[in-house]
Design a protein around this ligand. Structure first.
Ligand code: SAM
Ligand code: SF4
Length: 359
């Protein structure tokens, strides 16, 4: 079978970039049996679990306005999600992040948190949320054992919030952040997608707000994974964002972080707070990528931009087939390509938009 996909923009079929083993080794290389390692030697310990494709916002960079969500019967149950995490943990996964869609749209999410906290080997569980429903769920999530929160917030201006999210909700997000802080969450990161035309107005107010409240601000470069046509010109270089913040809020110095952390981390010189940039487009971190994704409908993806995925729902229903699940996890990681190639002419945008993958 010919490997490749049709690229509508180029009007031609293009090969899949660098998936699987390097040609020089061919099929002589086999996935190891004990760990999630790919052919480039990257060890995967970080699993992103999407719990729903539903969302109460409609961010322009993420999903279309008219969207049909999956039927609940198509989504993995909490027991099924936990089964995948259990098997992944036996293969070395120790970090899990719950995401979506909007994960707090999934009823009783705290029950899943409680199940995952009990999985041997899982040391770190985080949640990425838009924060709209956070005020009502913060305490039950904290009580279930969740400690790390990423809250997506692109602006403190209600008009621009509506322009980006196509829905209102800023006061609820701010209340959610305040309640999460009162509940004891730490760290709380605020993630802002940097879209040219918006972030110029919002970078400084967001930086001041985060510094005042003890939240860690991170700018995320706008990626070609949403429904609207992506334009490179809408990406804002990290240097520009950092210079703007440093000028208006306070001098920044590089902060040494975990080398597998995709963010470029900076700290205010006076020690009061940090600012990071996740520059997936201008400074891809593929070389140290340790992430694997499970979609809400039961597909394993070895990259946000992957064009292939592995179905595991069939390995979970009617009963969990642990050995087959472990094989599927290993094979998915083993088949990972070298990098996403956003910057290459051969880049092909995946069929799924961000909300159906899990950011
Ligand atoms: N609904 C939750 C939220 O917004 O935090 C979780 C899912 S959302 C898909 C996860 C993250 O992806 C959010 O921080 C969001 O801003 C980010 N995101 C969505 N589309 C993006 C894009 N095209 N480029 C960069 N980041 C994007
Ligand atoms: Fe919803 Fe998050 Fe996508 Fe915005 S980024 S539409 S909040 S899933």
């Amino acid at each position: 079978m010919e490997r490749g996909v049709r690229n509508e923009e180029l009007g031609m079929r293009v090969p899949l970039p660098l998936a699987g083993a390097p040609a020089a080794f061919g099929s002589a290389l086999r996935a190891p049996t004990s760990a999630l390692v790919d052919t480039f030697g990257r060890r995967h310990n970080n699993l992103r679990v999407s719990v729903t494709d539903r969302c109460n916002l409609r961010c322009t960079y993420c999903m279309p306005e008219d969207v049909t969500f999956r039927d609940k019967s198509e989504l993995l149950t909490f027991e099924e999600l936990a089964a995948v995490v259990r098997v992944a943990a036996k293969l070395g996964v120790n970090k899990v992040r719950l995401t979506g869609g909007e994960p707090l749209m999934r009823k009783e999410l705290h029950k899943l948190v409680r199940m995952l906290v009990a999985v041997p080997g899982i040391e770190d569980i985080g949640l990425t949320t838009n924060g709209v429903l956070l005020a009502e769920h913060a305490r039950e999530l904290f009580a279930a054992g969740l400690r790390r929160l990423n809250v997506s917030l692109d602006t403190l201006d209600e008009g621009r919030f509506f322009a980006l999210a196509r829905r209102a909700g800023l006061p609820q997000v701010l209340e959610g952040l305040a309640e999460a802080k009162r509940a004891g969450f730490a760290p709380i990161k605020v993630n802002a997608v940097a879209v040219r035309g918006f972030i110029e107005h919002d970078a400084v107010p967001l930086a001041r707000y985060c510094r005042d409240h003890g939240f860690e601000l991170r700018f995320i470069e706008y990626m070609p994974i949403g429904a609207e046509p992506w334009e490179r010109d809408k990406c804002v270089p990290p240097s520009e964002l950092l210079a703007t913040v440093a000028r208006a809020v306070g001098a920044l110095v590089p902060a040494n972080g975990d080398p597998s952390n995709p963010a470029l981390e900076f700290a205010y010189a006076d020690g009061r707070g940090t600012v990071g940039v996740i520059a997936s487009v201008s400074r891809p971190f593929c070389r140290s990528c340790n992430r694997l994704r499970l979609t809400a409908d039961g597909k394993l993806r070895n990259c946000l931009f992957a064009l292939n995925e592995t179905d595991v729902k069939g390995l979970l229903r009617p009963a969990v087939r642990e050995a087959d699940l472990a094989d599927a996890l290993r094979a998915t990681v083993w088949a990972k390509w070298e990098g996403h190639e956003i910057n290459a002419a051969s880049f092909v945008k995946p069929d799924r938009t961000m909300h159906t993958i899990g950011g």
